[in-house]
Design a protein around this ligand. Sequence first.
Ligand code: SF4
Length: 333
Amino acid sequence: MKKIRFFYLYACCIPVKGTERSLIMDTQRNNFYFIPNVLFEILTKHRTKSISKIKKIYHEEQAIDDFFDFLIEKECGLFMNTLGSFPQMDLDYQCPSLITNAIIETDRNSQHNYASMFTQLSNVNCLAIEMRFYDFIALQDLKKIVDQTYDSTFRSINIFLPYSATYEQDAMKKFLLQNVRVQHVIIYDAPQFSFMMEEQNSSCLEYVAHTMDEKCGYVSPKYFRVNREMFCESIKWNNCLNRKVSICKDGSIRNCPAMAQQFGNIATCDLKHVVTQKAFTKLWNINKNKIMVCRDCEFRYMCHDCRAFITDSNNIYSKPLHCKYNPYETIWS
Ligand code: SF4
C-alpha cells in the first residue's frame, strides 16, 4: 500500500509572515531563511495536510517539490509518514525574574553606591547588566566595581568604555580572563574597528568607531537575534523594555535611559517596589504586533524594538525612528 507522505517542519523552525515575503526563524541554529508567502501558507494553514493534497490545492507539482527540497536542504524538516508523534513547541514566555536586564550609566559626576545597587538588582533576580561609561575609568577602578558583583545574580556583564590608548589589548584580555561574568567589552569612539574573541571563556573585546549616542534604537540585521527566547518574548512583550531597568548617571531610575520619565532615585528608593508599579511597566506589553509597519514586517520577532526614538512622538505605536527597512518593498534604504 502506498504510504501518505507529510512534511514535518521542525518545531524550532518557526515561519513568520510579512506583507511581501515570509521567513523561517531557525531558532536552534540562530539563522533565518526567506520564503515566499505561499510557502508560509503551506507550512501553517496546510501544515497537517499530505503532500499530495497540497499539490492538488495549488496545482503546482514542481513548485511544491522545489519548496520542500529547499526546506530539506536547509535542514528545516523532513518527510514523514505521520505527524502524530511531534507536538508543537510551547512558545509561552516564562521568566522567574522581575527584571532580566539592567543598564547602568556612569560619568565623572556619578555618585553610585555600586554594592547597594547590585544588591537591589539581585533582589529582583536581574540576570544581565550593561555598564555604560561616558568618561574614562582606569582599568583597576573598573575591576573594583566588577568585583562587587561577586555574589550577585548576574550571569553576564557587558561594558561600554570610551576609547583610551591606555586600554591596551593585553591588559583588556587579562581583565576578561579574570572576570568571567564579563562577556563583552566594547570600546567606542575608537580610531578603527577591531574584534577579538577570547577562546578560553568566549568573551569578546571590540573596538568600534561609533559613539555611545549611536547605540540606542538603531535597527540593522547585525542586531537581529534569532533564538527561541527572543521569539517567545517578542510575540507577547516589548522585546527591549520588558523587564528592563536603567540606572542613569544621576542615579535616576527609568525603564530605558533614553526615556524622559523617571521613577525616583536608586540612592533613596526600593528598586523592587519601583519596578512592580503599573506606571513603570506600562510600555512592556507593546509587542511588535501592535507597532505600525513592524506588524507587517517579516523581521518583527528577531528585531529589537525601540519606544524612545519613534517616527511619531505623539503615537507610542509608531515605527522605530532609526529603522530604514520598508517591509512593503522589502528594501533597506
Ligand atoms: S520595520 Fe520594524 S520589525 Fe521591521 S526591521 Fe524595521 S523596526 Fe524591525
